[in-house]
Design a protein around this ligand. Structure first.
Ligand code: UDP
Length: 326
């Protein structure tokens, strides 16, 4: 299989590159390195089955020759990033998705969209199943990411329905692991970096809000299962086994943010205090994936518990210069 991964130099994109190369496939990465890092893919540069192109995917995309799959992972994805890059976030979710779908159509390639649990917004249904339409503030600061991804899903389904592109949509829930940027602002990386540096752990709000954290290897396993899965269903058949409708990929074990802070402190033997800061606007109060569909369709469920995944991630952050400015 020859696959184009947009955003392939990012946290998740680069782990997907590793997996596809390990599975014996050819990979091309398009990334403008806005939030991605060349270090994440440096070990593949110069090899025969890998190619990197510095490319903004909101512009016209060209790939010579055959292409079997287009996987669209490009986007700022941490709340801090998309609050600082609101226009780029909206553009990559809208124009970038359109370009990536256009390329998939031209090549007769399968298309997989990296969507998000943010499509559910601050959910009023808990846990979140794929048939929940969500509760998003379109004009709030987070709306730039949520609405870009919701548009991306709509565009993906339109290309499937009207152009017959073989599309897949993965709704990715909070994921953590090596290659997260130390200062990307997400809760897992923040807490680990703070604990290792002996700085206060910054809990936003009262820390009673919940998230369900998936270790990166589990997430990637779910994504490739969805990517590799053949479409055995009749085109118009809406069933649990329809491969084109969104699939939640995440770990359903739910924690409060305060529980996470204490687990990070415990594992790092840190004496850091917990410091309470204002809750960001529209910060979802709860989040937990219902993964019954992924379980049935992909025979997938996460296997790495938070304790084990955190230990590996703490190891990663201990090994890099944690104080480094990005
Ligand atoms: N959070 C926190 N302290 C931090 C960073 C984040 O308490 O230093 C909270 C944030 O308000 C949210 C949760 O942790 O409730 C997860 O935040 P993150 O940015 O990782 O991702 P989100 O799930 O909000 O997209």
């Amino acid at each position: 299989m020859k696959t184009l991964i947009t955003g392939g130099a990012g946290f998740l994109g680069s782990h997907l590159v590793d997996r596809l190369i390990a599975d014996g496939h050819e990979v091309i990465v398009f990334d403008n390195l806005l939030t991605g890092r060349i270090d994440n893919i440096a070990h593949h540069l110069g090899t025969e089955t890998f190619k990197f192109v510095k490319q903004d995917v909101t512009e016209y995309l060209y790939v010579a020759g055959r292409l079997d799959a287009v996987v669209h992972f490009a986007s700022p994805a941490s709340p801090i990033d998309y609050l600082q890059l609101p226009i780029q976030t909206l553009k990559v979710g809208s124009l970038g998705t359109h370009k990536a779908l256009g390329l998939a159509r031209e090549k007769g390639a399968r298309f997989l969209l990296a969507s998000t649990s943010e499509t559910y917004g601050d959910p009023q249904v808990h846990p979140q199943r794929e048939d929940y339409w969500g509760h998003v503030n379109p004009v709030g600061p987070r709306g730039v990411y949520d609405e870009a991804k919701r548009f991306a899903e709509a565009m993906t389904m339109a290309y499937h329905r009207y152009h017959g592109v073989d599309t897949r949509i993965a709704r990715i829930f909070n994921t953590y692991g090596g290659r997260m940027r130390p200062r990307d602002g997400r809760v897992v990386s923040n807490f680990i970096v703070q604990a290792l540096a002996g700085e206060p752990l910054t809990v936003y709000g009262e820390g009673t809000q919940t998230r369900s954290f998936c270790y990166v290897s589990d997430l990637i396993d779910g994504i490739v299962r969805l990517l590799y899965l053949e479409d055995h269903c009749h085109k118009e058949q809406a069933s649990d086994l329809d491969v084109h409708s969104p699939v939640n990929i995440g770990n359903p074990v739910e924690f409060t943010v305060v529980q996470l802070a204490h687990e990070v402190k415990r594992q790092t033997n840190s004496k850091s205090p917990v410091e309470f800061k204002p809750l960001p606007i529209d910060d979802p109060q709860v989040r937990q994936p219902d993964i019954a569909r992924a379980n049935k369709l992909l025979e997938w469920r996460p296997i790495v518990p938070l304790e084990e995944g955190l230990a590996k991630t703490i190891q990663y952050f201990s090994e890099i210069a944690t104080g480094r400015e990005e």
